[in-house]
Design a protein around this ligand. Sequence first.
Ligand SMILES: [Zn+2]
Length: 446
Amino acid sequence: MLRRNLLLPISAFGMIALAALVPVLAQAPPAQGSKAAAPAKRIAIRAGHLIDVKGAKVLDNVLILIDGDKITSVTPGGSVPAGVETIDLSKSTVLPGFIDLHTHVLLNGDITAEDYDKQLLKESIPYRAILGARNARIALDRGFTAIRDLETEGAMYADVDVKQAIANGEVPGPRMQVATRAMTPTGMYPLLGYSWELKVPTGVQYVDGADGARNAVREQVMYGADWIKYYSDRKYHFESDGVLHSMVNFTDEEAKAIVDEAHRLGKKVAAHAIGSDGIAAALRAGVDTIEHGDGLTESLMDEMARKGTVWVPTVMVGEYVAPGRGGNWPRMVEAEKLAFQKALKRGVKIAFGTDVGGSDWREIGQAREFQYYVDYGMSPMEAIQTATSLASEVLGWSDKLGTVESGKWADIVAVSGDPLKDITELQRVTFVMKAGVVCRKEAASQ
Ligand SMILES: [Zn+2]
């Protein structure tokens, strides 16, 4: 989530009924154990237009052949082999499935501290995991066929369970990489402010000292973490230099121990870093991705461009929580917009992430994030690349995901209009396929 600081309650946000968002699952994925028995199904998709994210161009009238869970060929024109089922998307624009690099399936909105504390104190982890499965389905339904879920907010290792249930075909959802519990030093993340006589849950794992850091990384990896996430900073504030500063959580020795141990075990590290001081500390530690990054300065951007560190800006959540939180938050959104425009010019790799879960899953579709990137200066094609080809690199899955090409997993979405002319088309996905299985198909995609 995006760490709160001062907050007033809000109840004005309307809720869209979940039923309106969730169409029929055309085919449930096979249950575990039945995969080997079924012969690989062959499907052809006739695409009116295909966004070639690698070549940054549009191909017209393309035939995509799918065998089981993989794409086997993508050819202009082409004819459908005899006996192969054809899905007609000849009036649609087809794209690779989207990837959201910053989600929280175990969280359901936390504008205020009260929103957050209530979930940790009044909802059991099994209940939260059930909502997590619901949220995963919402993501898939919106065309997000892969997500990086960046910590459970007190729900321990339940993200591993949601991921596993999806992978086993028990419930529908995107492919997941998960960060499990995240880390801060003792006392630097909620729940805070309760009587010392009460033992309350914490939203992260408290970790102290370099040895403690290495131990925590090992423990999280043992229980299924694909990524390690830590909170680099808190207490965001503007100083007289006009820069958004922050208080750094870990000592350099501790942060470096986290990153070194994670890398030694073959895992990458995401750092929540909002203020310039937190971003600088995370870059000194050698993290792989900077989350939020509102306080990026030009010199920090240059350091990121040089090191190849990826920025995941999560604009959507900032816009969502700022009005309710007040204080510095509206100015932080403005600061991030300016940083985004500069970072684009300075060659920082910007990849797609929304922090959904910080916002209520049922309210805003994650594809809203595309619109911010275009409003902030990206071309629609660049914005699409942040959630496809570039995001697949961040996940280490660029050989499997992120483009519609022979050999890739058959994760494919479609919209009825032209997203290069109107990026909001991506908020109206009409067709979703994951691993060769149709998960959503509306009449508009015929
Ligand atoms: Zn987050």
